[in-house]
Ligand binder design. Structure first.
Ligand code: HGY
Ligand code: MN
Ligand code: MN
Length: 416
């Protein structure tokens, strides 16, 4: 197999242009993006991605969860493809690179292979996974989860957003429900490039994260019921203040996570207060507690303590509480062979690198259950993500894509 030399690099300027073009679709209000899953903006981004892939000579596939697959043929049509990709959907106040870099870096690999007329034994397939963020429809990584057999398609289709619209109907409405059976595709390997979404690489001055593991995640949705009452005329002892109970529980969430410092984390990003009126004591709150740790026992401990402590708090206040597990996955150990391909690529390209545990969840965490999988990470400025001010440098994007390409080509086996 021809040697993949350190001078084999992608066209970083072209990659950056594509990132900036995609960023124009579903703009946020502060320079980032609001291209939430199965919205019209998501559809527009998909059309642009499909246009670019077809212009690069790929054949397009689409499955019943809207997962997109752009295939560049290999010399051996019977060889299982090497997949590379991530997600184009964003948070409501998302950045321009979370997920998008992982999809467009895959496209840049195809474009570079075309430029250099590189042929590989295995086909290479660039993938856009539907609803990785899990913000409009919980849980996160919904469609890669169905693809990997963790959720049924029916269950996924029935997910409901804040306006009562189901995932399945919205996917159909935007015209991106394919006919391919989700999960029917088999993979030789899967690689995903993603921004770190944390501060480590930048702080350590490293260009590349060799992601050996991903921490596990637990989402518990809590509903507390008290009673609406006047904030002015209701004596304090008479109040059944669901908002106060939530505040006390969220303080406990912080305490529980800190008790497992330095690796465990905990917070609530989703909070709905009812009736959310300035002069009404909230009679109901619904919020989701997000716990994470690289250690499954720690996650289990945090979940258990949350339920015990929260129950005690509402019992003393005479309120009602319901718990629902709405998302989660165990800590992930990525495939040694794929991780070694990433490390070898970073070394041969001369990029500074270090091992890393992913703090965020990614589609690769689910795909790792059904195919050899690894991730490449690049730094992001100040470790900031899930914020419209998310920023990376063109150099970081290019370095990450160079490493991704070498790992993909090594695995897909260059023929000429
Ligand atoms: O929640 C996560 O870690 C991912 O950003 N969906
Ligand atoms: Mn992401
Ligand atoms: Mn994200």
């Amino acid at each position: 197999m021809p040697f993949i030399g350190e001078n084999l690099k992608v066209n970083g300027a072209r990659l950056w242009d594509s990132l900036m073009e995609m960023a124009k679709i579903g703009p946020g209000v502060a320079g980032g993006n609001n291209r939430q899953t199965v919205t019209d903006e998501d559809s527009e981004g998909r059309h642009l991605f499909k246009h670019w892939c077809e212009a690069a000579g790929c054949t397009m596939g689409l499955d019943t969860m809207g997962n997109m697959f752009a295939t560049r043929a290999g010399t051996n049509p019977d060889a299982l493809p090497v997949y590379v990709g991530s997600h184009l959907d964003t948070q409501p106040t998302g950045g321009k690179y979370d997920g998008v870099l992982g999809v467009l870096s895959g496209l840049e690999i195809i474009r570079t292979m075309n430029d250099l007329d590189i042929k590989t034994k295995h086909p290479v397939v660039v993938t856009n996974w539907t609803n990785e963020e899990g913000t409009r429809y919980a849980p996160a990584m919904l469609s890669s989860g169905v693809f990997a057999g963790l959720h049924t398609q029916e269950w996924a289709y029935d997910r409901v957003d804040a306006d009562g619209k189901t995932f399945g109907n919205e996917l159909k409405r935007i015209g991106w429900q394919g006919s391919e059976v989700v999960g029917a595709r088999k993979m030789h390997a899967f690689f995903e490039l993603h921004i770190e979404q944390g501060p480590i690489l930048e702080a350590e001055g490293k260009d590349i994260g060799i992601v050996t593991h991903g921490q596990g995640l637990s989402w518990t949705q809590i509903t507390i019921t008290g009673s609406d009452a006047h904030t002015g005329s209701t004596p304090m002892p008479m109040r059944k203040n669901a908002g106060l109970a939530m505040a006390r529980i969220l303080d406990k969430v912080d305490e529980i996570a800190l008790s497992h410092a330095p690796h465990a984390v905990g917070a609530a990003g989703h909070i709905d207060v009812f009736p959310n009126s300035r002069n009404v004591i909230p009679g109901k709150v619904i919020f989701t507690v997000d716990f994470r740790s690289p250690n499954l026992d720690v996650i289990t401990d945090m979940e258990a303590r949350l339920r015990i402590d929260a129950q005690k708090i509402v019992d003393t206040m005479g309120l009602k509480i319901e718990f629902e597990k709405v998302g989660g996955f165990d800590p992930v150990t990525f495939d040694e062979g794929c991780v070694s391909a990433v490390r070898k690529a970073a070394k041969s390209l001369g990029y500074s690198h270090m091992n890393l545990i992913s703090g965020a969840g990614h589609d690769a965490c689910w795909i790792n259950r059904i195919a050899p999988t690894a991730m490449v990470m690049c730094p992001c400025v100040g470790g900031l993500s899930h914020n419209e001010a998310e920023e990376i440098s063109p150099e970081w994007a290019t370095a990450g894509t160079d490493v991704l390409m070498h790992a993909v080509l090594e695995t897909a086996q260059i023929v000429s």
